[in-house]
Design a protein around this ligand. Sequence first.
Ligand code: HEM
Length: 334
Amino acid sequence: MAGSSTPSSLMVASLFAATLLLSFHPSNAQLTADFYSTTCPSVSSIVQTVIQEALQSDPRITASLLRLHFHDCFVDGCDGSLLLDNSPSIKSEKDAAPNFKSARGFDVVDQIKAAIESACPGTVSCADILALAAQASVYLSGGPYWTVLLGRRDSLTANQAGANTSIPSPFDSYNNLVSKFSAVGLDITDLVTLSGAHTFGRAQCKSFSPRLYNFTANGGPDPTISPWYLTTLRKLCPQNGDSSVLADLDPTTPNLFDNHYYSNLQRNGGLLQSDQELYSTASAATISIVNSFNFDQSAFFKSFARSIVNMGNISPLTGSNGEIRCNCRKVNWS
Ligand code: HEM
């Protein structure tokens, strides 16, 4: 009869609605804070201990580990794909342009994995190790604390071509940065917030030297670099010099996680073109966000905790998808 519905058609309709809801929130529902609470309760403290030890000889390691989580998540989701080495069946993401001779910290990830495997064999994924290492790294550097959501599984493949196209370039325009973030479900608040990670760590001359020479049509430098900073950077990175020389991303407090990144942008002292664009692109919606994070570090910290959880939720493998790798560098059956 028209207008009436049987119990079974109601059930089908509500199942359909539930499926639709789930498909709009495919990821966050599946990760949980207590995923390893019975199977590997010490996982967070193991991660923190190994990083603290590594920090003794490498003050940059926390920055490098945070970046690995970002480069993992932007390529087919947070699935540990970045960690796979080349093999007959794998074209490693480590050889993609944004990572080659740039991404670092893989040996420390191996040490974390080894320590976790001896405490809880076959339990914790490499993708979750990157998420936990990012959190411990920020916290150990003076930044915010957040609860890491866990339960990701590891990919069986890598996507080198995807790494070349999905990870933002330091030479991307403002619009390209916004669209690469939006392609993984992140908005401009996430973009400005997560770029605040450039409050610590280093970049090589090759990542910013095009800004220093012959940048404009008449041969001048990028006009959005202040004169004092230009002089410093030209000394560090002379034309035809060693392009792997390192500069601090935040010259004021190079190893601390704080909000100085945003005051640097306000005085035309962003190191990468992609940094300065967030503040110097005419009437960009990101300018007021930069101002607010400069004004209030705790607003930045709160936002960072939110945005990095958003990033960590990008398309994880869960349930029976993927695997728990025994060695982060290879798939189990290889
Ligand atoms: C918005 C787009 C982004 C671009 C274009 C970008 C680009 C870069 C580049 C070119 C470097 C220096 C690499 C080198 O010279 O070897 C770098 C370093 C770094 N990036 Fe980003 N990045 C972006 C966003 C992010 C995000 C979202 C995070 C983390 C949440 C992040 C964390 C870092 C860290 C911590 C370093 C220093 C790493 C180290 O010292 O080993 N970046 N980034």
